[in-house]
Design a protein around this ligand. Structure first.
Ligand code: AMP
Ligand code: GLY
Length: 426
């Protein structure tokens, strides 16, 4: 089959690397892609906001399957436009993509489907929000409803901070994303990510992972898109995974289908493992970045076949995906200044020798300038390795990191610390 992959990050490089291993893939295009993706696919420039142009490209190149990597085109309805034009696509339509595009939508769905999640109130103006706030204890979580590039969540440690956050959001601090504000009860526990693939009718679990969202070692500093991850996340025991499928994922898929807006694609649940069981923090309508990198390292099955079966609503006929039992761990190398103001243009050398350490290096924000590889984004590389446990995978990943010459870059040195500590005390 001929495929078109949309996106340019480490997630898309990992998808491209895995898709290229599929015997069924013939012509493979990516847009815009990156220098790593270019090893596997022909990179082309398409404006994803121009749905007609994407459809035209698919017609010209006889594309059988489009895979949408990031959330913005999904929330914008690109998958729906492609489906309407009879092109198979991996990713949800606009209405179900609101699981990521509107936090209030997801919270209301949880209420309708009796899915465990933090107590909340949706508000559309400052006076209502300030009144509602009085019923929450501290700390309290304030969220801009819409897409805010991962920055729209503020955990307020005092009532004053909560009022400031609400005021800032209604003042346009996150643009349109803050036109509605969700106030949420603060949950405590360990966070973990759970993935499922669904065609709207059939649902299959697709692995677990743990991310490291804060920029600094010891989980301090501002939130980022993710500084590293590992998979599997043993904290999500088989019993807990079953509970997540039964109490969270399946009711979500069933409710959306029953309401006439079936969800097709990957469902990425951010969970808090509380004393009373797993609760949903948020949904994403796509793979995580860098969680995708560790999932793809472990996936043994044919990714293109799974994605096509999902798009065709034939997941019941596909073979069950299998994963290596080993641990995969990825370390993000970011440009200095990330997340606030990453330094662009820094040179990167020695990727090939780093890969000889047994790691796979996915490009996240790189560009080729005059034959040299340089940093072009906040998160630049994701250095990924496998091991028999997190301790071994971590050692291999950092051995590769240490081979890379990227003077204007940095990384956290403690990715996987929770699991490594558990392994040390086992
Ligand atoms: P989100 O963008 O919804 O994933 O939120 C970003 C981060 O904020 C999450 O990864 C959690 O660490 C934290 N968070 C969000 N909602 C809650 C909550 N209700 N209780 C505690 N922490 C939360
Ligand atoms: N790494 C978190 C995310 O992709 O949303």
């Amino acid at each position: 089959m001929n495929i078109l992959l949309l996106g340019s990050g480490g997630r898309e490089h990992a998808l491209a690397w895995k898709l290229a291993q599929s015997p069924s893939v013939e012509k493979f295009f990516a847009s815009p892609g990156n220098p790593g993706i270019a090893d596997h696919a022909e990179c082309v420039k398409l404006d994803v906001l121009n749905h007609a142009a994407v459809i035209l490209f698919c017609g010209l190149h006889e594309i059988d399957l489009v895979i949408i990597g990031p959330e913005a085109p999904l929330v914008d309805g690109l998958a729906e436009s492609l489906r309407t034009a009879d092109i198979w696509v991996f990713g949800p339509d606009k209405a179900p993509a609101r699981l990521e595009g509107s936090k209030g939508f997801t919270k209301d769905l949880c209420t309708r489907a009796n899915i465990p999640t933090a107590g909340y109130v949706r508000t559309t103006n400052l006076p209502d929000a300030l009144t509602a706030l009085e019923n929450f204890s501290i700390p309290v979580v304030i969220k801009a409803d819409g897409l805010a590039a991962g920055k729209g969540v503020i955990i307020a440690e005092t009532g004053e901070q909560a009022q400031e956050a609400i005021t800032m959001m209604f003042d346009g601090g996150f643009g349109d994303a803050g036109a509605e504000v969700v106030i949420e009860e603060f949950l405590t526990g360990e966070e973990a990510s759970f993935f499922a693939i669904t065609d709207g009718k059939n649902v299959i679990p697709f692995g677990t992972a743990q991310d490291h969202k804060r920029v600094g070692e010891g989980d301090v500093g501002p939130n980022t898109g993710g500084m590293g991850a590992y998979s599997p996340a043993p904290v999500l025991t088989p019993a807990l995974q079953k509970q997540v499928m039964d109490e969270i994922i399946q009711p979500t898929v069933d409710t959306l289908a029953a309401e006439g807006t079936p969800y097709s694609g990957v469902l990425f649940a951010g969970l808090m493992l509380t004393d009373t069981g797993p609760q949903l923090i948020e949904y994403n309508a796509r793979f995580g970045d860098p969680e995708c990198q560790v999932l793809m390292m472990r996936l043994k099955s044919d990714l293109a076949a799974i994605m096509l079966a999902t798009a065709k609503c034939e997941l019941d006929q596909a073979s069950t995906p299998t994963f290596e039992s080993q641990t995969a761990l990825t370390v993000v190398m970011a440009a200095k200044g990330y997340p606030a103001d990453p330094e662009k243009g820094g040179e990167i050398r020695n990727i090939t020798s780093a890969e000889q350490e047994g790691a796979k290096i996915f490009h996240a924000g790189t560009a080729e300038v005059d034959g040299n590889l340089v940093a072009s984004g906040g998160r630049v590389l994701t250095v990924t390795a496998m091991g028999d446990n997190a301790t071994e995978a971590q050692a291999k990943a950092y051995a590769a990191v240490d081979q890379i010459d990227f003077k204007s870059g940095f990384c956290r040195r403690d990715i996987g610390w929770r699991e490594v500590a558990r392994e040390a005390s086992a």
